[in-house]
Design a protein around this ligand. Structure first.
Ligand SMILES: [Zn+2]
Length: 421
């Protein structure tokens, strides 16, 4: 089915939401805050105009269901997140929610119901901006949320995560029961702004997304000997900053070699005075790739680079793992559909691009056939109030999203989308 989404209405919704919960200083939609509830009430008012049932699950995710011709066959999910980082952009998350609202409107206005039900979801606390735990609501649905791991996280004013959720009517210990919401889910489709420079650089308004990168984060400690900068000859030094800096340059080469991204965000050294050799240094390492095997190779090469650099400068080296997430490749049939939809919407034909940032689709894609579409970001930055996209790019992306949802409904109606690749 060709599902046409009214892009004018979606853009009007985005501007209305920005006027209500944003402004010159950026978005005010921090999760579990009164501002966030204002945004969700705004969404609820718009959903009330449609023939949908609205409720919240055990993790605080907001759902709206438009019935289909045969609901026993399952349902397709559309959505994103309304929550934002402090002073965030007007499109991050909101674009996907408003476009999903447009999808429901388009379906409600058509003569026949969709073959299966379509559910809109507004994921709770995608950003993790308040407590440092991203993808909270979607991870509860995907079965990867452990309440004990997040219970005692505190925000800047020392409020516990568990208490902030309780104030919004969410019992943290009951949140994992939200996993039941994915029973019968046939596909998940999410539109988002790219938040990076790839589409702008390629002159593309929108693109299908191939998946989200896996991520490995390490803290690598180098140990040497602090000594006087004047009295210690060059060949007798155990200089940890020289070792860490050498490793950092080699780590850059690893990213270039494997088509991934490798980042040394910081090297902190001690004693950090101008007249002393750095006796200890700590290097922060973040590695991302879409392929789990390549990510593992990159990690091995980066840790080997640290080891070799340490040896070359007569230092020791001790890596410590801080965080890891496996890649989520999206569903091939849905990627093909999204790519075609972008071309049909006037966005041209181009290869799907991977997502460096994590998204709710990262979690849901572990359980349900999933795809994302990106709209060009210009300036190519996000998590700031200057985040923006050209209106022409938003129109292409919104139309492509509607076409992708229509195509996915055809696939599930024909029983062609049963297996996660
Ligand atoms: Zn987002």
């Amino acid at each position: 089915m060709t599902l046409l989404v009214d892009a004018d209405a979606v853009l009007a919704d985005l501007r209305s939401l920005a006027a209500l919960t944003g402004g010159p200083a950026g978005a005010r939609r921090l999760a579990w805050s009164p501002d966030w509830e204002v945004a969700r009430d705004w969404l609820g008012e718009r959903l009330a105009e449609l023939p949908v049932g609205v409720d919240r699950d055990e993790a605080g995710n907001l759902w709206a269901e438009l019935p289909g011709a045969d609901d026993a066959e399952g349902f397709v999910i559309v959505g994103s997140h309304l929550d934002a980082v402090p002073s965030g952009g007007w499109l991050d998350g909101a674009l996907g929610v408003c476009a999903s609202l447009g999808v429901l409107r388009g379906l409600a206005a058509s003569d026949a119901p969709p073959p299966v039900a379509v559910r809109l979801v507004d994921w709770a606390d995608e950003e993790g901006a308040r407590f440092g735990r991203s993808l909270l609501g979607s991870s509860a649905c995907a079965g990867t949320l452990d309440p004990d791991e997040v219970r005692d996280l505190r925000d800047a004013s020392k409020t516990r995560l568990q208490d902030a959720l309780a104030a919004c009517g969410v019992d943290l210990d009951g949140a994992p029961a939200a996993a039941g919401r994915l029973d019968g889910a046939l596909a998940y489709l999410e539109l988002h702004v790219e938040q990076g420079p790839v589409l702008l650089d390629g002159g593309r308004f929108a693109s299908a997304v191939s998946g989200t990168f896996g991520d490995e984060r390490y803290l690598v400690g180098f140990t040497g000997q602090s000594a006087h900068a004047g009295s210690t000859p060059m060949h007798l030094r155990r200089d940890t900053l020289a070792a860490a800096a050498t490793a950092a340059l080699e780590i850059r080469e690893v990213g270039l070699r494997h088509g991934g991204v490798t980042t040394v965000g910081s090297i902190r050294s001690k004693p950090a005075i101008i007249t002393a050799i750095a006796g200890a240094s700590e290097l922060m390492l973040d590695l991302r790739h879409l392929d789990a095997g390549v990510l593992a190779t990159m990690l091995a090469e980066c840790l080997d680079a640290c080891d070799k650099a340490a040896t070359a400068f007569d230092c020791g080296c001790e890596p410590r793992r801080l965080f890891g997430a496996t890649p989520t490749p999206f569903h091939p049939a849905l990627i093909a559909l999204a790519r075609e939809a972008v071309a049909e919407a006037g966005g041209g034909d181009g290869p799907p691009i991977p997502s460096g940032p994590l998204h709710d689709a990262t979690e849901i894609g572990r359980k349900v056939p999933t795809v994302m579409l990106f709209a060009q970001s210009d300036p190519p930055i996000s998590h700031t109030e200057v985040e923006d996209s050209p209106e022409a790019a938003l129109r292409v992306a919104i139309e492509a999203y509607g076409r992708t949802v229509g195509g996915a409904l055809d696939l599930v109606g024909a029983g062609d989308l049963s297996v996660v690749a």
